[in-house]
Write a protein that binds this ligand. Structure first.
Ligand code: ZN
Length: 89
């Protein structure tokens, strides 16, 4: 079993700038939460693929300071998380 550092909320919705997906750390009712947004305009297959990608960011997410210091948010930690999420499927 894999555990994220923060609770995760998944939303399928419109996203600015025609992005396919995004993940951000946000306080919801005082609780820091990773909010994953997946574009509602994608095909069902694309939504699934983007969800896997964004959930991998959630699994790889560390505290905000570390996230800001990263030069590449698709580095080796992300790659390992991506493999773990696919393994669950
Ligand atoms: Zn990414």
């Amino acid at each position: 079993m894999y555990v994220t550092q923060y609770p995760v909320r998944l939303r399928v919705c419109a996203i600015a700038n025609d992005d396919w997906g995004e993940t951000s750390l946000t306080k919801i009712r005082g609780v820091e939460t990773l909010v994953v947004k997946v574009s509602k305009d994608l095909s069902e297959v694309s939504k699934a693929l983007i969800t896997v990608h964004e959930l991998s960011h959630c699994l790889d997410w560390r505290d905000e300071h570390v996230e800001e210091a990263r030069s590449n948010d698709h580095g080796s930690g992300f790659g390992l998380a991506y493999a773990k999420v696919w393994k669950l499927l």
